[in-house]
Ligand binder design. Structure first.
Ligand code: TYD
Ligand code: MG
Length: 457
């Protein structure tokens, strides 16, 4: 008989090692290795032998049916798009996010409004009564018969019930509350979470039942983390945003069945999450004219162009070390940009505190926002407002050069649609651009200095 094996598992990256070490050799994180027992026996998955299983014999590629017909419409445009065009049958999807961000709301509102889909909603966190109360805010709860609520936490019982009820979709809220008898540690521990997910993966594949797992994740990404589950599941989507703002972004971090560049945008309302179809208008709606320290940048998130307002505040430093703070923009990139400003444009920022913020609580990764960040900082420093009719896009290099950005045509179209009169863009982006039919004036620049002259003179 095989013996159980003891390994050390990194809670950050999921790699395992035969011995404990202080620093994970795979990802370099400190003090993340936890003890974990690998069971020797075969997973006792086949709960019901009488249920037909998929035929597992090898098939020539030419005879394998494509998966186009096996996607399910979740009646939520943003969610469908992030999943790559709907939920694939038999796939295991992990929805991660900080507590309270709206994961349960997102899934619940999609399943209760979708009467074509019989859903088994397993909740280990809230009682069916509490879920009913929440569902009443989202839809006419009396009319919902296709969604079965189930307050169970024992994995084997859940699987048995799923086989009896035969739902089209199984939702587990959350994976940290479920436990299996195959592991003797407490619910939410690393080994329980991993064991349950592995069992659910085979279950999904064997019975072609799509499963959505909800998992809590902390700011650092650990706590018996969905992180360690990321390579077990087919798709990882994350719901992020600032709890104090109403906007939420749904991002695909991994997708075996689609593109990870897609994002979905939502707004949290009193009756659930509303899809945001014109994000730029929404993000710019609160801006007032003629305030210094604000600049509108044209970015691309996923494949969607997005106009965002960068806000900067530059003030005299009180302490010997000037403060630098940025919300929604990478801190190191901010420091690099400030150094460029100092060196290439001759502005002395050493004695200044700099605070940066993206309006609306979004986090932007697109480097094309660089020029907007610098312009906002400079605008605040000089106390000169930037015209509300101009927007900028461009990545800034270390020597202050403005580098070309991706998908320029889309960015221009979006800025034009929102009603901007002119747009500063990298000169290198002008090649092959159809400019004659545009209703917006394009101002190509090669260096940060040229852009500043346009903005501040
Ligand atoms: P929830 O989905 O419970 O978060 P999670 O499952 O990620 O922990 O959402 C929690 C917050 O959403 C809660 O603070 C209340 C708010 N909310 C609304 O603003 N409107 C609504 O219609 C609902 C259902 C929740
Ligand atoms: Mg929840």
């Amino acid at each position: 008989m095989k013996k159980n094996k003891l390994v050390w598992l990194c809670t950050d990256c999921g790699a395992d090692f035969p011995k404990w070490v202080g620093k994970c050799p795979a990802c370099g994180a400190w003090n993340t290795l936890k003890e974990y027992t690998v069971r020797a026996e075969e997973p006792g998955l086949r709960i019901r032998k009488d249920k037909p299983l998929q035929d597992k014999s090898p098939v020539p590629l030419s005879l394998v049916a494509g998966d186009t017909a096996t996607r399910m419409d979740l009646l939520d445009g943003e969610l469908n798009r992030v999943l790559g065009g709907g939920l694939v049958k038999g796939s295991l999807v992990l929805l991660g996010g900080e507590p309270g961000i709206g994961k349960s709301t997102l899934i619940l509102q999609s399943v209760v409004r979708n009467s074509n889909l019989k859903t088994l909603y397993v909740s280990g966190e809230e009682s069916p009564g509490q879920i009913r109360l929440r569902a009443e805010r989202l839809t006419d709860a009396d009319a919902v018969e296709h969604c079965l609520l189930y307050g169970e936490t024992q994995l084997e019982t859940i699987m048995e019930t799923a086989l009896d009820v035969e739902p089209d979709l199984l939702v587990i809220d959350s994976i940290q509350t479920i436990q299996t008898s195959r592991s003797d540690s407490s619910a939410g521990s690393l080994s329980q979470v991993r064991e349950c997910t592995a069992a659910l993966l085979s279950f999904a594949k064997e019975y072609e039942l799509p499963i959505i797992l909800i998992g809590h994740i902390t700011k650092e990404g650990s706590i018996a983390g969905p992180k360690v589950l990321e390579h077990l599941v087919d798709t990882v989507i994350r719901f992020e945003g600032d709890q104090n703002h109403q906007y939420r972004i749904l991002r695909a971090l991994k997708n075996r069945f689609g593109n990870t560049a897609e994002i979905g945008l939502y707004e949290m309302k009193s009756d659930g999450l509303r899809q945001v179809t014109n994000p730029s208008e929404m993000l710019l709606s609160g801006t007032q004219g003629d305030l210094s320290g604000s600049c509108v940048g044209v970015t691309i998130e996923g494949i969607r162009p997005l106009l965002v307002e960068v806000q900067a505040l530059v003030s005299s430093a009180v302490y010997a070390n000037p403060q630098r703070s940025s919300t929604g923009i990478d801190y190191r990139r901010t420091n690099m940009l400030l150094a460029v400003l100092e060196k290439r444009a001759g502005f002395k920022l050493v004695q200044k505190d700099v605070f940066l913020n993206i309006a609306g609580g979004l986090t932007i990764q697109d480097p094309a926002l660089d020029l907007a960040v610098l312009s906002a900082v400079l605008s605040s420093n000089l106390d000169l407002p930037i015209s509300r009719e101009i927007c900028v896009t461009g990545e800034v290099g270390l020597s202050g050069e403005i580098r070309a950005v991706s998908r320029i045509q889309q960015r221009i179209t979006e800025a034009e649609k929102i009603g901007f009169k002119s747009m500063i863009l990298p000169a290198d982006n002008l090649h092959g651009l159809e400019v004659d039919k545009l209703n917006i004036r394009l101002i190509p620049v090669k260096q940060v200095g040229e852009a500043f002259r346009v903005l501040f003179s």
